[in-house]
Design a protein around this ligand. Structure first.
Ligand SMILES: C[S@@+](CC[C@H](N)C(=O)[O-])C[C@H]1O[C@@H](n2cnc3c(N)ncnc32)[C@H](O)[C@@H]1O
Length: 209
């Protein structure tokens, strides 16, 4: 069995999905506040875990549909148990093999993309799933510049593609995105890296041709 899937199936059952929600929540919510959700929109969360971001976004007035996908079946089972609006839907699939006909206004991913077998293929898929002018928001704490997190791959013992901020930018540009980056820091956090580097958010916009 795929080791990434196996690890996150375990996390879905031992409470670590909720721990991630707590760990990532502050910076994600801070970042989401910088996005304008004032026109009707559809939303996809790639690697949604227990679905907390989907539930949050579905509460936005202008949200028409918020979908979460995850390659861990057990994460999707947890997410489905927590559904609290008709706008939410969850599917068990990885981003590499997703089959979905509609296109989205916004795609989001927090701490998930670097587990993909190929970030290049994942980005290609995400690009195709966006409407022209649509945006992909990708958050990562695990990047070379943020040295404290580099050791995570040894601890996790699963595939985690480590890239620098510069390399992430190139990956996005090669996929066709116009990019912007932002570091969201938590200045009161006990962890030094959260204060000094924080979460790197890369926003990729699909150009209108
Ligand atoms: C570190 S967790 C983050 C979960 C959630 N985004 C959060 O912030 O709480 C990474 C999640 O991505 C999922 N994942 C990893 N690779 C994936 C892929 N290729 N396609 C879809 N989901 C994937 C994992 O199963 C896991 O639930």
């Amino acid at each position: 069995m795929d080791r990434v899937r196996k690890t996150f199936d375990e996390w879905a059952q031992n409470g670590r999905a909720e721990l991630m929600e707590a760990e990532h929540g502050k910076n994600v919510l801070k970042f989401l506040k910088t996005i304008s959700f004032d026109s009707p929109f559809t939303f996809l969360d790639v690697g949604c875990g227990n679905g907390w971001i989907v539930r949050k976004i579905a509460k936005e007035k202008k949200c028409k549909k918020a979908i979460g996908i995850d390659k861990s079946k057990k994460m999707i089972i947890q997410a489905k148990k927590k559904i609290d609006s008709k706008k939410e839907e969850f599917f068990y699939t990885d981003i590499e093999s997703i089959k979905y006909n509609e296109k989205f206004d916004f795609i989001f991913s927090m701490e998930s993309l670097y587990y993909a077998d190929s970030i290049e293929i994942a980005l290609e898929k995400i690009y195709k799933l966006l409407k022209p002018g649509g945006k992909f928001f990708c958050g990562t704490d695990f990047y070379t510049d943020n040295k404290a997190t580099a050791k995570w791959s040894k601890m996790m013992k699963i595939q985690m593609h480590l890239h620098s901020k510069k390399e992430w930018k190139i990956l996005f540009q090669n996929a066709g995105f116009v990019i912007k980056t932002k570091h969201v820091k938590d200045l009161e956090n006990k962890k030094k890296w959260k204060r000094e580097y924080g979460t790197l958010f890369i926003t990729g916009t699909k150009p209108i041709k």
